[in-house]
Design a protein around this ligand. Structure first.
Ligand code: ADP
Length: 192
């Protein structure tokens, strides 16, 4: 099964994506993790991406799409995946659709995890102390909240296809996981 997790920064989609990927044996693809690895390794992409990330801005589509498609191309054909942090724009979503369609495949479901801004700020500030992330400064956190909520046109792309499910991200981790599992439905349990 091919699943996307949407949500604003701080909503816990990374945590949930890890748990769900492990539960079903799916690949967990986090473009944030991939970009942080590039920054750490000092690759050409990492050098370009770092200034955007540190400001809380999106990394330009062409850079992220190339990196993502390369990762997608190295997946086993029979393995499902959870996308965490990609697509973040409609342009990225269309690139994803095209890549999957060329193998006769498509996204099955998009889970939109939501929470009010004050909850998100509190969580990100709480995480900042221990994350060691250079984009967990109060200013970058504010910018991420302003510019990185999934845009309406992106959610509408999946809603129009009947593939979007909303999940409340406010309760504790286990409760949110259960809500996601029921949103995924029986098909998740029976597919790879
Ligand atoms: P968060 O934990 O705040 O949701 P991520 O770990 O997903 O953030 O991503 C960290 C940073 O990496 C983002 O602030 C952004 O600069 C960049 N990034 C990650 N994924 C994408 C993407 N699909 N498009 C553009 N930029 C991205």
């Amino acid at each position: 099964m091919y699943v996307i997790f949407f949500g604003p920064p701080g909503v816990g989609k990374g945590t949930q994506a890890l748990v769900i990927a492990e539960r079903y044996g799916w690949a967990h693809i986090s473009t944030g993790d991939m970009l942080r690895a590039h920054v750490k390794d000092g690759t050409a992409l990492g050098v370009k991406a770092k200034s955007f990330m540190d400001q809380g801005l999106l990394v330009p589509d062409d850079l992220v799409i190339d990196m993502f498609l390369d990762r997608l191309g190295r997946l086993r054909a029979d393995q499902g995946f959870v996308l965490d942090g990609f697509p973040r724009t409609l342009v990225q979503a269309l690139a994803l659709d095209t890549a999957l369609a060329s193998h006769g495949k498509a996204i099955d479901l998009a889970v939109n995890i939501t929470a009010p801004d004050d909850v998100l700020v509190e969580r990100m500030m709480g995480r900042a102390a221990e994350s060691g992330r250079s984009d967990d400064t109060p200013e970058a956190i504010r910018t991420r909240l302003e510019v990185q909520k999934p845009p309406a046109e992106l959610l509408d792309h999946y809603r129009a296809a009947g593939k979007l499910r909303d999940v409340d991200g406010q309760p504790d981790v286990e409760t949110v996981t259960s809500a996601i599992i029921s949103a995924l439905g029986v098909s998740a349990a029976s597919t790879s």
